[in-house]
Design a protein around this ligand. Sequence first.
Ligand SMILES: Nc1nc2c(ncn2[C@@H]2O[C@H](COP(=O)(O)OP(=O)(O)OP(=O)(O)O)[C@@H](O)[C@H]2O)c(=O)[nH]1
Length: 323
Amino acid sequence: MTAVVAMSTTTSPKTSLAKLVLYPKPKPFKVMVLGQSGVGKSALVVRFITRRFIGEYDPNLEKIYAFQTVIDNEMVYFEILDSAGDSHESEYANLESNIRWAEAFILMYSVTDKCSFDECHRLKFLINYNKRRRRLASSMRDSAIETPVVMVGNKIDQVGDRMVSTEEGQRRSKEIGCVCFHEISVRESIDQVWGVFRDARRFWRVSSKWSRRDGDRHPAALGRPLARAASDTTPDTNAAPPFCRRWTEMELDEADEVCVGRSDSTSSSGRSECGDEFRARASTDSRLPPRPARPRHPLPTRPFPAPVRRMSVAMRGNNASTY
Ligand SMILES: Nc1nc2c(ncn2[C@@H]2O[C@H](COP(=O)(O)OP(=O)(O)OP(=O)(O)O)[C@@H](O)[C@H]2O)c(=O)[nH]1
């Protein structure tokens, strides 16, 4: 285990030599900020750490910031990865290993850029793929306890340029299974920025506490609502909390389709093969290969003709017959 070395000033009667005391290094809370280029990721992180808004940053710089502060009366040692916005195809391995490194995510878009909003869907899909504990094939209960993702719409100060409404943001956040949704202006409000990191921490605490103790008794696994963050602007219209909806029906459908596509092309398709196909799909950059054609009704596969079904039709009177 890595350790922090501190000098103790305690003295003994025999020697006044300083004693070396080893403290375990505090466990950092690893957060990754994800989003398309230009949405304000660097601005968010720098604002959180320095409280200042700085206009321009090196767009290609990928950095981990270490920062400690008190949240909910507890010292938190943040390690914040400000990821580079536009990952090229060759950098996907890096992106995916970064995702596996993180314990919580801030998924960011700009309300003035519809493209960045759509990108969140794909990034959340990548997070799901890389962070889920077990294969998709395992039960929904297992996937209920996962890494928290906070969705953030930035640049709300640019009122006239808005392309994504608050309602759209809230809806998308629920659809893709984020734990909460914020709309902020990094430029205008330090409090809003703090709210984002505070919620990431809070949801991570709840999630890790339950997964450490007993995954099967996690409230999400039991369908019970979790306490919502005060700053979560998502209206609670749904009985099920966002935590419960790790895999949306849309994503499950996609997975099913990939599996079906594979079993169409190869005769033996196991669950692990399905996982491989899934990976290939997850690693593409909106340039997805065409989906294999899937007949609306399954084609007959029996080598012999299917038995003729006899249907009884009840006729009036005594002339009832069988066709
Ligand atoms: N109006 C406004 N501009 C912002 C806000 N936040 C960031 N910006 C600006 O948006 C631009 C992009 O910000 P960055 O922080 O570099 O964005 P990024 O997501 O880190 O971009 P990459 O490093 O390319 O991934 C900069 O010009 C910022 O000044 C905001 O809340 N309001």
